[in-house]
Design a protein around this ligand. Structure first.
Ligand SMILES: NC(=O)C1=CN([C@@H]2O[C@H](COP(=O)(O)OP(=O)(O)OC[C@H]3O[C@@H](n4cnc5c(N)ncnc54)[C@H](OP(=O)(O)O)[C@@H]3O)[C@@H](O)[C@H]2O)C=CC1
Ligand SMILES: O=C(O)[C@@H]1CCC=N1
Length: 270
């Protein structure tokens, strides 16, 4: 645990991503957290470590969070957010991780609030997240520092000035873990199709992804060089990559996939 204990936080929505952030914060050391989450099973992993309430009206009256983290689904925001206006009036910083929801929209829903829009990813749960954040015009430098401390407790953080960049960020680092996990699923399935025993296929696929990720993380080489290091001339990988890199395979499909997710992030703003 770090020497720095994080300040009181109100987490609104403790599903997959809110839960991942909370796990990261608890690992780091959190002074007090109140979690608003109507779906009780989502918070069972945190029982006895944080105070969980089912709705905004059940938040303990003396609780004064320095930051309110909005982690409901974007489609739930319109109904949920007006109830949080008193916290905005009280000067709390709002950190939204909701895909698509713009700072101006959140500011309007909260009738004036200091809003940081951030896009984390689920490796935050083990302190290996990657977050890109953008601060709204009402955010003071002290509040930006607070947002940074909360987000950096779960991994790396980058700040951007242009909020429009959060849409492609959502498509790449926000959703990226899903693409990697899909690859793990597909490698496991392909192994089984080739007659590899299921347990071995599963371990092989997982270890290949985690080992490659760790190598990429530690290496100064470009990903392309690490790929070429695996690809022996006239060997086996060359055959597989010829399939994966043929048009319209990975090079086109990954760009199309990221484009589709970026467009959806922009649509969610509405
Ligand atoms: N999953 C990810 O990898 C990432 C998600 N995000 C963003 O994080 C947000 C949450 O996503 P995710 O965790 O996947 O979604 P989940 O559905 O897993 O989590 C949202 C949680 O909020 C609860 N909830 C619904 N209404 C309220 C309310 N009024 N007050 C408090 N809690 C409420 C939901 O309960 P119920 O299920 O009963 O509705 C649910 O448990 C989204 O906006 C998403 O865009 C950002 C980055 C990555
Ligand atoms: O799928 C989603 O909309 C969210 C945002 C990024 C990852 N999950």
């Amino acid at each position: 645990m770090s020497a720095e204990v994080l300040p009181p936080v109100l987490l609104v929505g403790c599903g997959k991503m809110g839960g991942a952030l909370l796990a990261g914060w608890l690992e780091r050391g959190l002074s007090r957290a109140v979690v608003v989450e109507p779906h009780k099973p989502s918070t069972e992993a945190f029982a006895h470590r944080v105070e969980v309430v089912p709705d905004v009206h059940s938040i303990p009256s003396g609780f004064v969070p320095e930051a309110v983290v909005l982690a409901t689904k974007p489609q739930q925001a319109d109904d949920a957010l007006p109830d949080y206006r008193p916290f905005a009036r009280g000067g709390a910083l709002f950190v939204s991780i909701m895909a698509g929801k713009t700072i101006s929209r959140l500011d309007a829903m909260l009738e004036g609030a200091a809003v940081v829009r951030a896009m984390p990813n689920t490796p935050a749960a083990i302190g290996q997240g990657f977050t890109v954040a953008c601060a709204g015009r009402r955010v003071s430098s002290t509040q930006k520092d607070l947002a940074h401390r909360l987000l950096v407790a779960t991994g790396e953080v980058d700040w951007v000035e242009a909020e429009s960049l959060i849409d492609p960020v959502t498509a790449i680092s926000g959703g990226g873990p899903a693409y990697v996990f899909l690859l793990a699923e597909l490698l496991e399935k392909a192994g089984i199709e080739q007659g590899v025993p299921p347990d071995l296929a599963r371990r092989m696929a997982r270890a290949t992804i985690t080992g490659s990720g760790a190598l990429l993380g530690r290496s100064a080489e470009d990903a392309a060089v690490l790929r070429k290091n695996v690809t022996s001339p006239k060997g086996t990988t060359e055959q597989a990559l010829a399939v994966l890199m043929a048009e319209p395979a990975w090079p086109e499909l990954v760009s199309r996939a990221v484009d589709a997710a970026t467009k959806r992030s922009r649509e969610l703003a509405k």
